[in-house]
Design a protein around this ligand. Sequence first.
Ligand code: AMP
Ligand code: ZN
Ligand code: FE
Ligand code: FE
Length: 266
Amino acid sequence: MSKARYPIDLHLHTTYSDGDRTPAQLVSMAAARGVRVLAITDHDTTEALKEARAVGEERGVEILSGIELSTWREKELHVLGYGFDPAHPPLVEIVARFQNDRVHRAKATIAKLDELGFPLDSAAIFASAAGAIGRPHIAHAMVTAGHVRTVDEAFRRFLRNDGPAYVPLFRLLTEDAIALIHDAGGVASLAHPGIEGVDHLIPRLVEAGLDVIEVSHPSHCSSQLRHYRALASALGVGVSGGSDFHREGRAQIGDYGLDDLGALKG
Ligand code: AMP
Ligand code: ZN
Ligand code: FE
Ligand code: FE
């Protein structure tokens, strides 16, 4: 296995959300690539942490607590949390609310697709999700059923925000998500700002306590990398980075990340 570009990768998904590797598999892959520090950032859940830490101890990989919260400020923004106490009761409560809402939302999405003439095997979709069920599980089922050729097509035609089969998740305000992560003792990073194109919101979020901007991410081209690095520096916030690994095929573990955890502090 080839060596990773970075020793620290702070953005990865497992089977507890929409990734296809278990925490144990992910940590072992990271160790084999020479990654020393990982934060698993499943969507709206910290369920992977315990298993990841157990394997991390065996393999010499430090595991920071992590999460990627689905939040709302004008549009859907993803907030990454790091180094918080996963047992902090208000955080546990929000995570439980997301889990519950994701189940209702998946059922409502499947019902919408059924009405649109694209029936799916609901039981199989729920069986394919070990934790936070999301649109990717439904998109994969649409491919399996032959309704679309690719996951991307499923998002483009049906599941994208405001698409014909879109059902919103409950809306946690971005500022509230930042405060929640702080209350739990962690730092908050704005994930992949280049995807959402929300530069105009960043100063306001920094005022609300945003600590970090995610700079190194596979969706950012080299000019965006430079742009967000300069913006973080101008605003006096830290930078984070990670591969956003879900499965083989896009970025490898450790191909995006940090050289030094001190970068989180700005
Ligand atoms: P959800 O959290 O259920 O709202 O699903 C959103 C997640 O789906 C995002 O965080 C991405 O990981 C994934 N996603 C969004 N758009 C696409 C796409 N075009 N192809 C594959 N995955 C996508
Ligand atoms: Zn995802
Ligand atoms: Fe994201
Ligand atoms: Fe992600």
